[in-house]
Design a protein around this ligand. Structure first.
Ligand SMILES: O=C(O)C(=O)[C@H](O)CO
Ligand SMILES: [Mg+2]
Length: 262
């Protein structure tokens, strides 16, 4: 069975953020991920991880003004200084939390934007970030995101992500393959995973339509999970979905997977 991490930005939102660590551990998770740690003290986060024996699997570099709709700053030529600062801050948090993977969001490119210039900036920023993370034994991840939920997101296909990874050429830059986003944009999930397996550092899941738990939509998750085992995927799977009702109800698929007789 693959290793599953609870995404604390989406699961257990019935509770204050710091209490979600305890809830994830009580539900049987051994790893957690979330969007951003920056409004919390590293000591408070580290204490929750330690008290619950949890691994911090992943979080994101700052991505601009999230509430205002920003989804990354890595492609903007006028924000390279801010980008570099965000890398230093993320590495500081990751070291304190023992976190080995950081996701870098790209940003959105409105119609008429200079895509060529943005790609150049993106490559330069990723090269800088991958270098800074390599010094700490950490991996940088990039994720293709569906443009229905995030219109104009710069990185919107697995092939484009693979091309960017090749252009940067850093061994610690890898792909975050989000099954939800890629079912919307591409389908053909397991052959795509097979093709890009050597690049995949992290997987995330949600069903579609709705971005709810496995079993609520069109994706055959038992098949996908078995497939990941069969082909020897050793990374984590982040449960990045919005529970259709309560988090506890939404975890029925997970209880079944752990104890198939339930
Ligand atoms: O939205 C997602 O799928 C993510 O994984 C990011 O953390 C936020 O873009
Ligand atoms: Mg994702």
């Amino acid at each position: 069975m693959p290793k599953f991490a609870a995404n604390l930005s989406m699961l257990f939102t019935e509770l204050p953020f710091l209490d979600r660590f305890d809830a994830a551990a009580s539900a049987g998770f051994e790893g957690v991920e979330f969007l951003f740690p920056y409004e919390y003290e590293t000591d408070d986060l580290a204490a929750r991880l330690k008290a619950n024996g949890l691994t911090q699997v992943l979080f994101n570099l700052s991505a601009g003004n999230w509430a205002a709709g920003d989804r990354g700053i890595a492609i903007y030529p006028n924000l390279t200084g801010e980008f570099r600062e965000s890398v230093q801050r993320a590495v500081k948090y990751a070291k304190a939390l023992g976190c080995k993977q950081l996701h870098c969001l790209a940003g959105t490119a409105p119609p008429g934007a200079d895509h060529r210039q943005m790609r150049k900036t993106y490559i330069e920023n990723l090269t800088f970030a991958a270098g800074a993370l390599a010094d700490e034994g950490m991996t940088l991840l990039i994720e293709a995101i569906n443009t229905r939920d995030v219109p104009n997101y710069f990185l919107d296909s697995t092939a484009k992500a693979a091309d960017v990874i090749e252009s940067v050429g850093a061994p610690n830059l890898r792909l975050q393959y989000d099954v939800y986003h890629m079912q919307i944009m591409e389908g053909d999930l397991t052959p795509t995973i097979d093709k890009y397996l050597p690049l995949i550092g992290h997987v995330q899941i949600a069903d579609t339509p709705g971005r709810h738990e496995p079993g609520t939509g069109e994706i055959n998750f038992p098949f996908v999970f078995d497939h990941l085992d069969r082909i020897g995927y050793k990374g984590w799977i982040g449960c990045e979905y919005k529970p259709r009702s309560s988090t506890s109800d939404s975890l029925q698929w997970w209880r079944k997977l752990k104890a198939p007789t339930i």
